[in-house]
Ligand binder design. Structure first.
Ligand SMILES: C[S@@+](CC[C@H](N)C(=O)[O-])C[C@H]1O[C@@H](n2cnc3c(N)ncnc32)[C@H](O)[C@@H]1O
Length: 320
């Protein structure tokens, strides 16, 4: 069956041969700070013209929730991908979905059944039990499939306050319980759709500095690093972790180094120029194309701070 995928916006209307009539489109499994779902129609106007034809390899070094990759896969624009993130929980989760989706679905079924049958206070107790078990099982470097652990991560993400992933200095997940009346913990159709999408991908726990060996001619690389804080509040530090200005500069160095190859690079970040007149990124990426786009900040514990903000999109190619 040939279907037209119009969600890509005006810039890219693609056609795709769908694998089966029932198979739904893959979408992010986790709610993730900095997730790009809301921005997809805008980003679509900025993908390289050759994407889907000459350019069919995709690399995403700060994978997170993966909204852009799933969009490109659904539209049939890529057939090879390298997806990297430094967070071992994410890598284990995606490798589990790729290789053992049925085991993951079975684990999630157990968690969902138990949780939804409980009253409010028992749900809270159960949430903290799962959270403690998740924290006891932490290791800084696992990447192979672990269905029970991956299920705990999805469960915590769906039932915690505001869908956050946040750990303290001891790497303990510390987000409180969320109290949604009927949270969707298991979306098995999406787990299988994501599993199919991930078959074209290598999923690797890695620092962004290690991507060079994966880059070949005509690769499209999308960087969505932890954003540079606009204000130096302690609250923002929790989201951006240890990704400071030295890392932003190192990333710009990588961007410039790879620019010498025949690759297309696109990068998102905050826009300190619009917010405070700070030219940090305009100077760091001078000579490249810098677009300012409007985004809605989705994950912020303080609802008064969930407004429209400007972000930058840097590209090493010209169009639009
Ligand atoms: C802004 S999020 C990416 C959001 C993602 N594009 C989405 O749509 O959900 C940034 C990601 O970078 C990862 N990260 C942080 N520091 C990193 C590093 N030094 N190398 C690779 N990944 C890193 C974090 O684990 C996080 O998943």
């Amino acid at each position: 069956m040939i279907i037209k995928v119009s969600c890509l916006g005006m810039g890219k209307l693609a056609t795709k041969q769908k694998h089966s009539e029932q198979q739904p489109y893959a979408k992010p499994v986790l709610k993730w700070a900095g997730g790009k779902s809301q921005l997809l129609p805008i980003l679509a106007n900025h993908y390289p013209q050759s994407l889907g034809s000459k350019t069919r390899k995709y690399i995403e070094p700060f994978f997170g929730g993966g909204a852009v990759f799933f969009e490109l896969y659904n539209a049939g624009l890529v057939d090879e991908a390298v997806l990297l993130d430094s967070n071992p929980e994410l890598i284990t989760l995606y490798n589990t979905i790729k290789e053992k989706p049925a085991d993951l679905v079975a684990e999630l079924q157990k968690l969902e059944k138990k949780y939804l049958a409980l009253d409010d206070s028992s749900r809270q107790e159960y949430f903290y039990e799962v959270r403690e078990s998740f924290n006891r099982g932490y290791s800084s470097s696992y990447t192979s499939p672990k269905p029970a652990r991956a299920a705990q991560l999805i469960f915590l993400n769906r039932t915690c306050f505001n869908g956050l992933f946040r750990v303290n200095k001891k790497q303990e997940y510390n987000v409180p319980h969320g109290r949604y009346s009927n949270p969707r913990i298991l979306d098995d159709d999406n787990i299988y759709a994501v599993s199919e999408a991930l078959q074209i991908a290598e999923i690797i726990q890695s620092d962004f500095t290690d991507i060079a060996p994966f880059v070949s001619d005509n690769t499209f690389i999308y960087y969505d690093p932890p954003y540079r804080p606009l204000n130096k509040t302690s609250n923002f530090t929790a989201y951006s972790g240890d990704f400071d200005d030295a890392h932003q500069m190192q990333l710009a160095g990588l961007f410039k180094q790879l620019d010498k190859k025949n690759v297309y690079q696109m990068l998102s970040n905050s826009d300190p120029l619009s917010a405070t007149g700070d030219r940090f990124f305009d100077e760091l990426y001078s000579g490249y194309s810098i677009h300012r786009i409007e985004a809605r900040r989705l994950i912020n514990a303080d609802s008064s701070k969930r407004g429209k903000i400007s972000e930058i999109l840097v590209k090493n190619y010209e169009q639009n």
